[in-house]
Design a protein around this ligand. Sequence first.
Ligand SMILES: [Zn+2]
Length: 496
Amino acid sequence: MLILKHNSLSEQELLNIEQALIRWSDNNGPRITPELNVLDLSRTDVLGLLLAIFQRLGILETLATCHSSLLDFFVDVYAAYVDAPYHSFYHAADVVIMLYYLLTDLGALVHLSALDTTSLLLATLCHDVGHPGYNNTYQVGFKTDLAAQYKNISVLESYSIDITRRLLTKHDLLKHVSAQSTPPLSPPLSPSPSPSTSTSTSTSIFQSKSKQVSMVERIERLILSTDMVYHEQLQQQTSWLKSAMTKTNQNSKPKPKPKTINTNSNSNSLEITMMDRDDRQGLCRVLLHAADISNTVRPWPIAKQWSDLIVQEFFRQGDAERRAGLPVSPGMDRDLSSQADISLGFGDFVVKPYFEAIAGLLPAATVLVDTLKSNRRQWDNLKMKIKTTTTTTMTTTATTMDTESFESLEECLVCNSTSIDTDEKVLLPPSPLSPVSTSPLSPSLSPQHLPQSPLSKNLVLPVTPPDDPTFAMRIETWCHHKTQKLQLHLQQQRHQ
Ligand SMILES: [Zn+2]
C-alpha cells in the first residue's frame, strides 16, 4: 500500500500506480523499449512505470528508500513540470525510458556504479523541470527574470538544477547516500559556459579529476550537460570513452547477474572492471544527452508524435518573437520552416552523427541509427504527399476563390516571386503575373502542365507534376508558406 507524506492522491490513483508498478516490474509483463509510447499512458501509469524502472535498476536500494517515499518525490517533480507542448513531465518520462533501454538492452549499465546509475536516473527525471516551453534564446532575447537570475548562461538548465535541489532537500532523498560522498567542491559548480566559450569552460566542468563530488553535484552537472551547447563536446567525448571501455572490457570475466538489478537483457553477465570515476561520469552525460535527443530514432509513429509537439512549441515561440519584434529563432518561423525539414535537419546533422558515435561505444545502438534512416524515408514520403496536396489545393483554390481573395493571393505570389533567386528561376513555376510564354520554365515543365485560372488571365499553377524526380522538392519549397495562406482563404470562405 502506497502512502504519501507530502502529497495527496486519491485511493484510486494510488491503486492505479501500484498496479502499474506491479505490471511494469513483471519480467513477463510489457517490455520497456523504444517501442513503448509514454504518450499513450495515463499519469498514474507513468508514475507506476517510473517506480518500476527505478526498482529494476536497484535505485531504491541505493537510496535506501521505499516506493512510497520515491513516489512522493515523483509527484512533486510532476507538479514542478510545466504543461508545455513538448517539455512536459511526459518528455522527462520518455527520456527515462530511453535511458533505461541504453543501460540495459544496449549494455551501458555494466560500466556504471550504483551511485552513477542513481544520480543519472534522478538527473534524467528532473533535467527539464520548470522548463516553460520557451528556450534559452527566448529567455535571453526577452530579458526574462530567469535570464537575469542566471546571468544569461544555461538559463533553463540552471533553473532545473535549483528546482531539483529544492525537491531533493524537501524529500531528504539522498540522506543515506550523502555519507558515501565527500563534501562538495568549492565552488559547487564552475560557471556554465556561454555558447561561444563552451569548450574551454565546460572542459573544466566535465573533466575534473581532482575530487570526488557529492551526489547532488553529480546530479547538477548531469542536468547542466543537457544544454545543447555541449552537444559537440559530448560527441567528441565518445572517442576517449571508447578507448576507456575497450581497456576495461579486456579485463572482464564472467559473473552472476546481481539480484537487485532486474533488466530487459542478460548483458550484465560479465564482471566489468570499472572505468575511473570521471570516465563513468562522462559516460553518464553522453547517455543522458543521447536519450534526450532520441525522438527521431524511435519507431515512426512515436517519432512523428514527438515531432508534432516540438514543432508546436517551436512555432509558438516563433510567433511570440515575431509579435515582440525580435528575430525569430532558426526553425521556429511557421512561414519559413516545415515540420519535415526541421526533423530532417535535426536528424541529419545532430542525431545521426551522435548516435553513430554511440554505436561506436555500444554496438547494439546501430539499430537506432537504422530506425533514423527509416524515419528519414517517412519524412521524404510525407513531403511528397504534401507536395501533391499542395499542387491540388492551389489549383482547386485558384478556381474557387473570390476576386478579393484572389487579389490577396496574387500579392503574396508577387511578393514571393521578387525574392526568388534568379539562378533558381528555371527550377520554379512561372511567375504568376507573367504571361506563360515569357515565364522561365523548366525544360520539363511545359505549358500543358499549367492550367489557366478562370479568374485571371495570367495565373498559372502546376496541376500534374512532370516526370522530373526533383520537381516535387522544388515545387514544395516554392509553395510551402502559400499553401497555409491558401488553406486559410478557403476556410474563411467556407465560414462566410
Ligand atoms: Zn530534455
